[in-house]
Write a protein that binds this ligand. Structure first.
Ligand code: SF4
Ligand code: SF4
Length: 298
């Protein structure tokens, strides 16, 4: 048995996936319980449907934000059974943060497993695991004090103005037991070497409560931060609110009645690379661990 992983997105794949998004969006709409309820369903009635997971997560987020920061602990739960590899989450993240070429806070791994005719294909979305005991922080801070920090709510942060240069990036990257959690921002643009850098490449984006343009994050280390600015404004992370397969969940795991806590309790759950003992805040659920990356990276 041979397992093969692929995660690069070339131009052809991008368009193929964009087409998948459109087709799948129609398919999901066709089976949505809210749509079955009434043929005259509107966006407003979908939003008024308080039973939807999204509305539950938004209400829970609001409650969590009323607590002191040290009393809440953010967690992401990925139901890998539901991921359809549309990459909408990856694209939402890139758009949210105006990410430059080479920086992707979130990747969806495509795993092909088996030999013809007994083959299967499954998908594993991943990002920085927001580890409770993150081995990246200390080596980074040893090189440049204040580069990285762990917030009381569990988010591992980077100070873009301090964490500059390859030396500090490599120190954190080499200590992190997860592939593709940290990225080095080379300050590139998609429209470099064209007659003009396009306006969208010059736009500001909000991270860590500040506005950044591309040139300001050049040479910084970048990674997922659970959309810190969105959640503090009562919005779900971009990947969670965009997920077409409804595979993504987010909330306060300290609240034992939260959707994320209940999902973990009522489903077979796991974290990637548990042996590294970093206590990741990104958790997965799946019935069959042989159809996850645990098969090779247990
Ligand atoms: S996944 Fe890696 S970069 Fe993210 S907190 Fe854990 S050790 Fe640090
Ligand atoms: S948006 Fe959801 S379904 Fe699509 S690739 Fe991301 S996690 Fe999977």
């Amino acid at each position: 048995m041979e397992a093969k992983t692929k995660n690069s997105i070339n131009r052809r794949q991008f368009f193929r996936r964009s087409a998948t998004v459109v087709i799948t969006a129609s398919a999901v709409g066709a089976v949505s319980p809210a749509l079955v309820k009434s043929p005259e369903v509107s966006a407003k009635s979908l939003l008024d449907d308080n039973s939807s997971d999204t509305m539950i997560m938004l209400a829970e987020l609001k409650d969590a934000l009323k607590k002191p920061i040290e009393k809440r602990k953010w967690a992401m739960v990925i139901d890998a059974r539901k991921c359809i590899d549309c990459n909408a989450c990856t694209i939402a993240c890139i758009a949210q943060y105006n990410l430059p070429p080479g920086v992707t806070y979130r990747k969806v791994y495509e795993i092909e497993d088996g030999e013809y005719p007994d083959v299967q294909r499954y998908f594993m979305p991943t990002n920085c695991m927001q580890c409770e005991k993150p081995p990246c922080v200390e080596p980074a801070n040893k090189i440049i004090p204040g580069s990285m920090a762990i917030r009381p709510d569990g988010i591992v942060t980077i100070d873009y103005n301090k964490m500059k240069g390859k030396k500090v990036f490599n120190a954190a990257k080499n200590a992190c037991p997860y592939d593709n959690a940290l990225y080095y921002d080379e300050g590139k643009n998609y429209t470099d070497n064209t007659p003009a850098i396009q306006p969208y490449e010059k736009m500001k984006s909000n991270e860590y409560g500040k506005e950044f343009r591309r040139k300001e994050t050049k040479d910084s280390t970048r990674k997922c931060h659970f959309c810190i600015d969105r959640i503090e404004n009562g919005r779900l992370p971009a990947c969670v609110s965009t997920c077409i397969g409804r595979a993504m969940y987010f909330g306060d795991i300290n609240n034992t009645n939260s959707l994320v806590a209940k999902l973990i309790k009522s489903n077979p759950s796991f974290v990637i690379n548990e042996g590294a003992k970093t206590l990741p805040s990104v958790k997965f659920v799946h019935d069959n661990l042989d159809e996850t990356c645990l098969k090779c990276h247990g």
